[in-house]
Ligand binder design. Structure first.
Ligand SMILES: Cc1cc2nc3c(=O)[nH]c(=O)nc-3n(C[C@H](O)[C@H](O)[C@H](O)COP(=O)(O)O)c2cc1C
Length: 160
């Protein structure tokens, strides 16, 4: 059976995505990166699912520590989100410019966003160039209500 690659790409690009800063921490090293492949996976317990590039720095940190945070970004914060997918001089360099605190699980929670979740890993699927991590939401902080930034607010693409 031949895959129609063009159809596959067009159709996968129609999947709506939010834009998040995923935070990770290992010993005294913190890091954050732009994540869009994120969705809810269960009500009880509250699970979220995140696809993370296997060759990224954060991937290894999630694997080793078993946790990650998700910061929900607001419309208008595109510039800030862009900082988190650009290369950085050293791990954690992106967060050096952005106010954050460490949550109860020790994960970076940005001060200037709609809110953040800390998640503990309950499973993963490593079958491609991204690993699908499943995390249980353990802490949540709501800074303010607002319209969340999504991929459709930008000209960026990630998917297909
Ligand atoms: C719009 C956009 C969405 C992205 N979404 C994801 C994603 O869902 N998962 C992922 O692993 N990388 C995603 N990336 C790429 C990472 O942000 C990028 O590889 C980052 O440099 C990884 O950082 P790290 O190596 O410090 O962990 C996205 C990039 C862009 C431009």
């Amino acid at each position: 059976m031949d895959l129609d690659v063009a159809a596959k790409t067009t159709l996968l690009k129609t999947i709506p995505h939010g834009l998040f800063i995923c935070g990770v921490a290992e010993a005294d090293v913190v890091n954050g990166f732009t994540a869009s492949w994120v969705t809810q996976g269960s009500f009880k317990p509250p699970l979220v699912v995140a696809g993370v590039r296997s060759d990224s720095t954060s991937h290894g940190m999630i694997q080793r520590t078993g946790c990650f945070s998700l910061n929900v970004m607001e419309v208008g914060q595109q510039e800030l989100v862009a900082k988190f997918f650009r290369p950085q001089a050293a791990v954690g360099g992106r967060l050096a410019e952005v106010p954050y605190r460490l949550g109860p699980l020790g994960l970076p929670l940005l001060e200037n966003c709609l809110g953040g979740l800390e998640c503990q890993l309950v499973g993963h699927v490593a079958a491609g160039d991204h690993t699908v991590f499943v995390g249980e939401v353990k802490t949540a902080v709501l800074h303010r209500e607002g319209e969340a930034l999504t991929l459709s607010h930008t000209r960026w693409t990630y998917g297909g």
